[in-house]
Design a protein around this ligand. Structure first.
Ligand code: UDX
Length: 435
């Protein structure tokens, strides 16, 4: 079976490579010709461990090809995955323009039966909408099915998540279409849940919103821990051992970011408002996230006296480790706040780069941690890259003007850092004692 993947963004490329790995012949389609050229030369448009090697292997065996020729691609492939972007509109709703364009192209160009699989994160009811758009664009009626198959993979661990998913959700009204999609995943190690398309669409949003809620809950509790001299990480261990709670997504920090959580939660809130339902808890989840980094910056500012005129090293600008993605990254908010407070900022990240337009004489990015921290008054850790956890912090301290270490991800051992002479402060732990 030949498979077409429409949209060569993060989810599209990862899905294309997974399906190739499973033995299918795959074509990746994107209107962006330079992206297609880059992919055809074996270069990923983003950083993701393990995927670049997989891309080069499958290009060499010709199991995967890339194109911008939409008509031909729709004609050649029986199964079509929609992986195009669904960015946030100005009102927080998911913008379905790319989904609509893709559906209309399929309707226009299909010559025989097609199974259309919606992988993009789309609001409840989009599956029905796609059916209508395809119907309206068809010059004459040709059968097709549209199934919803949301994607749950995480940046930084796409390969493992795709090959061993916790579950595969298939939202379908048609048994034959369900079985066809199921057969594509037959070598994937994970349970399949078959449900209605609308349910599948909501499961994706509900999962992301629930995970974000866990994080915001711990982040808010961390503020109380800070006041009471209790360590939030110990609380997380204690509650996480209750199997009804589970140990994951309980890490307090400077907040969640990325291309999914913030966007998807806004889209879900928008959908709820459209249906006159208040998702009060979720509104608060967003509010806690938006204020979390600022809450701790206030504390750090008090410890330091002031940010004004100080030189601050910011380590880790990606929204989490093992990705070059800085979309909605808490580090970007922290940098803006420092600039507002007239600090000079020196930035490092193992992979991610600040856009050139952001750089100035007050904000510079360096390629080594040693250079970055030189003569700084404080270091703020914003994403927990392994490199930062294993560095020789004792050596680094000699380069600092003042040994203030603000750990926005609780990635270092506070007691050890304090013993090394740092004024260490993390998230959700006593700071008055350290002061
Ligand atoms: C998320 C979902 O996990 C994934 O299922 C979905 O398909 C896409 O959105 P991703 O955005 O790649 O994946 O990252 P994830 O690992 O979920 O982390 C999101 C954010 O939460 C990061 O900023 C991370 O630092 C933060 N986080 C995560 C915490 O602050 N604490 C935690 O305990 C876990």
């Amino acid at each position: 079976m030949n498979i077409l993947i429409m949209g060569m963004g993060y989810v599209g490329v990862a899905t294309a490579l997974l399906l190739t790995e499973l033995g299918w012949q795959v074509t990746g389609l994107d209107p962006n010709k330079s992206r297609i050229r880059t992919l055809s030369h074996g270069v990923l448009p983003f950083y993701e461990p393990g995927l670049d090697e997989m891309l080069r292997t499958h290009l060499a065996s010709r199991r995967i090809t890339f194109t911008s020729e939409i008509g031909q691609a729709i004609d050649d492939n029986e199964v079509i995955f929609l992986c195009v972007g669904t960015p946030s509109g100005s009102d927080g709703s998911a913008d379905l323009q790319f989904i609509k364009e893709a559906a209309e192209s399929i309707g226009k160009h299909m010559q025989g039966y097609r199974l259309i699989v919606i992988k993009s994160t789309v609001p409840v009811g989009t599956n029905e909408q796609v059916v209508q758009w395809i119907n309206q664009a068809q010059p004459s009626a040709i059968p097709f099915d549209v199934v919803s198959n949301p994607e749950f993979l995480r940046e930084g661990s796409a390969l493992q998540d795709a090959l061993e998913p916790d579950r595969i959700i298939i939202g379908s009204d048609n048994d034959q279409a369900t079985e066809l999609l199921r057969s594509l995943y037959k070598h994937v190690n994970g349970p399949v849940v078959v449900t209605k398309p609308k349910t599948a669409e909501l499961i994706k949003y509900a999962a992301n919103a629930f995970l974000a809620s866990k994080i915001s809950y711990m982040n808010e509790l961390a503020r109380l821990c800070t006041k009471m001299g209790v360590n939030i990480a110990d609380v997380a261990v204690g509650i996480g051992m209750d199997h009804r709670i589970g140990p994951h997504f309980l890490r307090a920090g400077i907040g969640y970011g990325g291309s999914c959580f913030p966007k998807d939660i806004h889209a879900l809130l928008f959908t709820a408002r459209e249906h006159d339902v208040d998702l009060t808890i979720l509104e608060k989840v967003v509010q806690v996230n938006q204020t979390q980094a600022l809450y701790y910056m206030n504390i750090w500012e008090q410890l330091l006296g002031s940010f004004n005129g100080k030189t601050i090293a910011v380590l880790g600008i990606s929204f989490k480790p093992d990705t070059d993605d800085i979309r909605e990254a808490p580090a970007i908010g922290i940098i803006s706040k420092l600039l507002e407070n007239s600090a000079v900022i020196r930035v490092h990240d193992p992979i991610a780069k600040l856009p050139k337009s952001m750089l100035s004489k007050h904000l510079k990015q360096f390629d080594s941690v040693e250079k970055t921290v030189q003569n700084c008054d404080a270091v703020i850790l914003c994403s927990e890259w392994k490199q930062y956890m294993t560095m020789d912090w004792e050596q680094l301290k000699r380069r600092l003007k003042q040994p203030y270490l603000f750990d926005g991800r609780n990635m270092l051992d506070g007691a050890q850092m304090t013993a090394q002479g740092y004024h260490y402060s993390g998230i959700g732990m006593s700071w008055t004692e350290i002061k």
